[in-house]
Design a protein around this ligand. Structure first.
Ligand code: DAK
Length: 257
């Protein structure tokens, strides 16, 4: 599949997916979502890639779903086509994925950033769920994921008033893991992605899966799962290598086995 609305670059074990529809502030239209889903599915079977960065432009990570594309849709169109259900490609993606957010991350843009494993924000980032201004509400997980990140009071505030949150508020609310100057965003995201991609791929994937399971499980179920997954890691060559490298005071060379 050729891509018109996203751009893929690969550097070592890191792939970057850049949303690239600048005239519409990266509004998420169905073509862009289909391209992103296709790219993720290709990257998921590329053994050389250990981590992905999802980013936009300096002005906009993504200003939401494409309002012009949606405006005249009727319930049955939306129901039958299940529009935007391919956003689940991000949730299903099993390797680590970092959102590098600069500028606007609004509506669906904020939601896809939250689907990533963590968010590194530039100091000009603005997050929001302004759908209420359009007579709708968040529709790809915003009402559920935002509350888990920032708690009820702030999630209600954001979704009911439609106001935006700046990068520092997003940091203090735990929506993002770090804030960096705009001109350092991609450097910082790349350094984090390289660090992750240098670890054992299967171990990173199991770690991600176990952390994500905490959203669905009770504490005791989650801790039991963690113990089982931890124990299973002792079947891998990478566990032997990681611990041997520590003892021998050298860097580990993981083989993803
Ligand atoms: N959709 C379409 N076009 C957009 C857009 C969007 N979300 N955001 C910006 N644009 C376009 C503008 O129309 C304008 O196009 P032209 O007029 O030049 O042709 C161009 O991008 C530049 O935008 P502005 O001129 O407005 O730029 P400003 O710097 O003045 O303002 C802004 C930037 C981000 C504050 C403003 O553009 C804005 O408020 N944008 C809309 C933000 C928004 O409301 N986002 C939420 C969208 S609703 C679903 C699940 C989920 C969803 C839908 C369905 N299902 C499961 C079915 C999600 C819904 C949403 O995300």
């Amino acid at each position: 599949m050729g891509y018109d609305m996203i751009e893929i670059t690969k550097e070592g074990a890191v792939a970057t997916i850049k949303l690239d529809r600048p005239k519409a502030l990266n509004a998420l239209c169905s073509q862009m979502m289909a391209e992103m889903a296709d790219a993720l599915s290709t990257i998921s079977i590329d053994d050389k890639i250990g981590c992905v960065i999802l980013c936009g432009s300096e002005k906009a990570f993504a200003a939401g779903a494409d309002i012009k594309e949606m405006a005249d849709l009727e319930y049955l169109n939306i129901y039958k086509s299940d529009i935007f259900s391919n956003h689940e490609a991000i949730v299903r993606f099993r390797k680590p994925i970092i959102a590098a957010v600069s500028g606007y991350a609004l509506g669906g843009g904020c939601e896809i950033a939250m689907m990533c494993d963590f968010i590194i924000a530039a100091d000009n980032a603005k997050f929001g769920q302004p759908e209420i201004n359009l007579g709708v509400m968040p529709g790809i997980g915003g009402t559920q994921r935002l509350i888990r990140a920032v708690g009820k009071s702030k999630a209600m505030d954001m979704c009911l008033t439609g106001r935006m949150m700046n990068a520092m508020e997003a940091l203090s609310s735990n929506l993002v893991s770090r804030v960096v100057p705009l001109d350092k965003l991609m450097e910082e995201a790349h350094a984090a992605a390289l660090k992750i991609a240098g670890q054992s791929q299967p171990i990173s994937m199991m770690t991600k899966e176990t952390i994500n399971a905490s959203f669905e499980l009770t504490l005791s179920q989650g801790v039991r799962l963690e113990r089982q997954v931890f124990q299973s890691m002792f079947t891998t060559e990478d566990q032997k290598e990681g611990m041997a490298a520590f003892t021998e005071k050298r860097k580990p060379h993981f083989k993803n086995k």
